[in-house]
Design a protein around this ligand. Structure first.
Ligand SMILES: [Zn+2]
Length: 92
């Protein structure tokens, strides 16, 4: 894993400043059936390549970011504020 993580608010920061929550999956709708919720809560892919995860900049700006990194090389592919995703999903 790269020792520097690009925070969209703070720039390049040491990875020790962050807390990783896990996969940035799209949450099922409130009316989704039980199998969709089971998949969301318990099942995870283990992809080779780019994978999006929630990271919290705990010792920095305290914002949640979605970090996309390559699971093979640990190269960071993209980083953006998690609130941007929430706002764009709310408009759908
Ligand atoms: Zn930050």
């Amino acid at each position: 894993m790269a020792s520097l993580v690009p925070c969209p608010h703070c720039g390049q920061r040491p990875k020790e400043e962050f807390t990783i929550k896990g996969a940035a999956l799209t949450r099922p709708t409130a009316g989704a059936d039980a199998s969709d919720w089971f998949d969301y809560v318990y099942l995870r892919d283990n992809p080779r390549g780019a994978y999006a995860e929630y990271w919290h900049h705990t010792s920095g700006c305290r914002r949640w970011i979605i970090l996309t990194r390559d699971t093979v090389t640990h190269e960071v592919v993209a980083s953006h504020d998690a609130g941007d995703r929430s706002r764009s999903e709310a408009r759908k």
